[in-house]
Design a protein around this ligand. Structure first.
Ligand code: NAD
Ligand code: UDP
Ligand code: UDP
Length: 312
């Protein structure tokens, strides 16, 4: 049994990770300031004697005793991370410094939830880990992209300078149950709109692409990375390489929900990446990980979750 700190544990990915690691017999310390996360996501875990919840903002130092850290704290959807961009950068950068300081003092492994967004609007397609990215440093997405890039820099400097056992994963668009229906991400927006037979809002011409990974696959990859050989720091892409346009995604969701929704076209947000698809050879070779859940299958469970939310 390990004592595992999960920052951002009340969020979409964090709550799935809390559940998995708890079920595997570990003690979980979930740290969250509820900026975008919700008590509802972890409500069912609160009675478990091995689960502890601490309301705390990672931009402040944290002194606890644990065996591993998963650093997930950070708003992740464009509308949330652009709501208070200065706070977003602070969370990524100062949060990383504090969690790395904690890992350094305790001499424990720490995993960083980095993102495909560090590649910006990529000029190389699909993206290998060696691609250095194309980010607009002064655009509206920069608070997130540059914050996450700086966090990666800090991870590698703590590794070189202080020998901290770091693990960096670059997560590509992930979807599934417990996504926040109001956070504006494409999968949740399209499902919510379809279930209400409302117009489906396609930004731009809908030909931009994303590669969607189901949450269970993603969490599996994350845990495999944490438990991989100490010499493997990453960064490693974790995502599903099947690429879809936003129009294809909308059509699939309409088909699965039997919705009468129609597509409407709205302005493309500034700096919105045109394409995104991971090369996952490194994850396959080093972690023995490949995603298994097809988009249609993953969408079905996600739609079920949103249907039940509506009832509740
Ligand atoms: P989320 O918004 O659901 O979860 C983030 C959690 O962090 C929330 O519970 C929020 O309250 C908490 N948080 C934010 N600022 C905090 C602070 N200063 N102190 C403590 N807690 C704080 O987002 P998510 O989709 O679960 O993403 C989790 C992590 O994975 C993020 O770091 C995100 O950048 C990364 N990621 C997610 C995706 C994706 O597709 N979901 C893709 C790439 C990277
Ligand atoms: N830190 C923390 N918990 C710890 C150890 C450190 O929150 O258990 C914070 C500490 O407050 C500092 C940051 O992590 O702001 C970086 O720590 P480090 O030891 O690298 O730097 P220093 O304390 O020397 O500035
Ligand atoms: N998008 C869309 N309609 C929506 C929400 C998003 O067409 O209602 C588009 C958005 O412009 C982007 C893609 O879907 O091109 C993925 O958006 P999301 O915010 O989910 O993820 P990210 O842009 O961070 O990859």
């Amino acid at each position: 049994m390990k004592r595992i700190l999960i920052t951002g544990g009340a969020g979409f990915l964090g709550s799935h990770l809390c559940e998995k690691l708890l079920n595997e017999g570990n003690e979980i310390l979930c740290v969250d300031n509820f900026y975008t996360g919700s008590r509802k996501n972890i409500h069912h875990l609160l009675d478990n004697k091995n689960f502890e919840l601490l309301r705390h903002d990672v931009t402040h130092p944290l002194f606890v005793e644990v065996d591993q850290i998963y650093n997930l704290a950070c708003p992740a959807s464009p509308i949330h991370y652009q709501f208070d961009p200065v706070q977003t950068t602070k969370t990524s950068v100062i949060g990383a410094i504090n969690m790395l300081g904690l890992a350094k003092r305790l001499k424990i492994p720490i995993l960083q939830a980095s993102t495909s967004e560090i590649y910006g609007d990529p000029e190389i397609h699909p993206q290998p880990e060696s691609y250095r990215g194309n980010v607009n440093t002064i655009g509206p997405r920069a608070c997130y992209d540059e914050g996450k890039r700086c966090a990666e820099t800090l991870f590698f400097d703590y590794y070189r300078q202080h020998n901290v056992d770091i693990k960096v994963i670059r997560i590509f668009n992930t979807y599934g149950p417990k996504m926040n229906p109001l956070d504006g991400r494409v999968v949740s927006n399209f499902i919510v709109q379809s279930l209400k037979n409302q117009n489906i809002t396609i930004y731009g011409d809908g030909k931009q692409t994303r590669s969607f990974c189901y949450v269970d696959d993603l969490i599996e990859g994350m845990v495999k990375m944490m438990n991989s050989d100490k010499s493997f720091t990453g960064p490693v892409n974790i995502g599903n390489p099947r690429e879809f346009t936003m129009i294809e995604l909308a059509q699939k969701i309409i088909q699965l929900t039997g919705s009468r929704s129609e597509l409407i076209f709205q302005e493309l947000p500034e700096d919105d990446p045109m394409q995104r698809q991971p090369i996952i050879d490194l994850a396959k070779n080093k972690l023995g990980w490949i995603p298994e859940i097809e988009l249609m299958e993953g969408l079905k469970s996600t739609i079920e979750y949103f249907k039940n939310l509506k009832k509740g």
